[in-house]
Ligand binder design. Structure first.
Ligand code: SAH
Ligand code: SF4
Length: 355
C-alpha cells in the first residue's frame, strides 16, 4: 500500500524533498490546483514527478456512494485503501445570493462534516457508529482527503474556504495525534487554508484529552456532546461518563482556550421522554454558568433497531424557549439531510447490510 501525499505537513515534505520550496509547490498543486496525477505538476523536475508517481498516491480514499438530500446536503461514503468505509457530509449552510442584475453578492457557504475513525470505542447507546465497534483510527491524510475529494467533486473553487466539523464517525480526541496533524494541514495557507477558527472538534467528553487539545494551542473550536445533565443518565447514554463525569468535562471546558469572539458549543441530543423535560433545561443552565457557551439542540435521528424516539417539535421548542428566556443562546439544529439519514454511521450501515 503506497503512502498518501496528504499524510504530510509542509515541514515534513520540506525534509523529504529538498530544496525547501518544493514542498510549497507540492502543496499548491495538490490542494489548490486539485491535480489527479503527479505528472501534472509542471514546475517540478521530471525525475521527482516520476519518483512521486512510483512511491506515493495523492488521495487515500475514493467515493463509493453518494446521496443527495432535498435540502442540498450530500452524504458521501468513502472507501479507504484497506477496503474499510467512512462517511462525510457536505452541508450547504447558505445559498449563493445575487442582486437584481445577476451580480454575485456572496458565494454559497459550505460546511464539511468529517469522520476521524472507522467505528468508535465510546459506545454511546443512541449512536449507530457505536454498534459496529471500533476498527481503526484514520490517518491525517484520510481526514484531509475527505474535504479535498468533496471540494473536487462539487467543483468548489480552491480559494473558496469551507468550514469543518469533526462530527462524522468516530471520537476525534481518541485519535488526537492524527487529528492535530490534520488540523494543521487544513490550516496551511499554501493548501486548503482553512483556519482553525473554522474547524470545530466535537467530543463525547474525554476530559483529559480536552485539556491536552487545549494545551496544543491550535486555535480550534470546541463542541461538547453533553446530552444529559446528571451523571446517572449520562452514564446510560455514554458509558465513558463513569471515567469522565460531567464535572470533569465542565472543568476541562473552563480551562480551554477559546477565541475571544467564539463560544463553546454544547450539543444536546434530545430524546423523547428521556431528557426533554424542563427540569433538565434548568440544570443545564446551572451547569453552563460562567462559560461562554451556545447550546445546540439535536433531534434524535432514529434508525432500525433503536428503542429511542424522536422528540415532538413542541417539546423541543419549549426546551429552547426556556433556555432563551434565561439568556442562554440556543439553536435547534435543522435536521439537515434527515432524508438521507444524516446522523453518523447510517449510510455505512446500509451499505454493510446490503453487501
Ligand atoms: N464522537 C464525537 C463526534 C462524532 S458524533 C461526539 O460524540 O461528539 C457527532 C454527533 O452526532 C454527536 O453530537 C452525536 O451525539 C450525534 N449523534 C449520534 N447518533 C445520533 C443520532 N442517532 N441522532 C442524532 N444525532 C446523533
Ligand atoms: Fe462515538 Fe460520538 Fe457515536 Fe458516541 S456519538 S459512539 S462518541 S461517534
Amino acid at each position: 500500500m503506497k503512502p498518501s501525499i496528504l499524510d504530510y505537513t509542509q515541514n515534513e515534505l520540506e525534509t523529504m524533498f529538498p530544496p525547501k520550496f518544493r514542498a510549497k509547490q507540492i502543496f499548491n498543486w495538490v490542494y489548490q490546483h486539485h491535480i489527479d496525477s503527479f505528472s501534472q505538476m509542471e514546475n517540478i523536475p521530471k525525475k521527482l514527478r516520476e519518483e512521486l508517481e512510483n512511491d506515493y498516491i495523492i488521495s487515500p480514499l475514493k467515493i463509493l456512494q453518494k446521496q443527495r438530500s432535498s435540502d442540498g446536503s450530500i452524504k458521501y461514503l468513502f472507501e479507504l485503501q484497506d477496503g474499510h468505509t467512512v462517511e462525510a457530509v457536505l452541508l450547504k449552510m447558505k445559498d449563493a445570493e445575487y442582486d437584481e442584475h445577476g451580480e454575485l453578492l456572496h458565494h454559497a457557504k459550505f460546511t464539511v462534516c468529517v469522520s476521524s475513525q472507522v467505528g468508535c470505542k465510546v459506545g454511546c447507546a443512541f449512536c449507530l457508529t457505536a454498534k459496529g465497534g471500533f476498527i481503526r483510527n484514520l490517518s491525517a491524510g484520510e481526514i484531509v482527503g475527505q474535504v479535498l475529494e468533496i471540494k473536487k467533486d462539487n467543483d468548489i473553487a480552491s480559494n473558496r474556504r469551507v468550514n469543518i466539523v469533526y462530527m462524522g464517525m468516530g471520537e476525534p480526541l481518541d485519535n488526537l495525534e492524527n487529528l492535530a496533524k490534520a488540523i494543521r494541514i487544513f490550516a496551511n495557507e499554501n493548501g486548503l487554508s482553512i483556519s482553525p477558527k473554522r474547524q470545530t472538534v466535537s467530543t463525547s467528553g474525554i476530559s483529559t484529552k480536552i485539556e491536552k487539545l487545549g494545551k496544543m494551542e491550535l486555535g480550534v473550536q470546541l463542541a461538547i456532546s453533553l446530552h444529559a445533565v446528571d451523571d446517572a443518565l449520562r452514564e446510560e447514554l455514554i458509558p465513558m461518563n463513569k471515567a469522565y463525569n460531567i464535572a470533569s468535562i465542565i472543568r476541562a471546558v473552563k480551562a480551554f482556550p477559546v477565541n475571544t469572539r467564539k463560544r463553546v458549543m454544547f450539543e444536546y441530543l434530545v430524546i423523547k421522554d428521556v431528557n426533554d423535560d424542563i427540569a433538565s433545561a434548568k440544570k443545564l443552565i446551572r451547569l453552563l454558568e460562567g462559560i461562554k457557551s451556545k447550546v445546540n439542540l439535536i433531534y434524535f435521528n432514529p434508525y432500525p433497531g433503536t428503542h429511542f424516539e424522536r422528540p415532538e417539535p413542541e417539546r423541543m421548542k419549549k426546551f429552547q424557549e426556556y433556555l432563551l428566556s434565561k439568556g442562554v443562546l440556543c439553536t435547534i439544529r435543522e435536521s439537515k439531510g434527515l432524508d438521507i439519514s444524516a446522523a453518523c454511521g447510517q449510510l455505512r450501515e446500509q451499505e454493510l447490510s446490503t453487501t
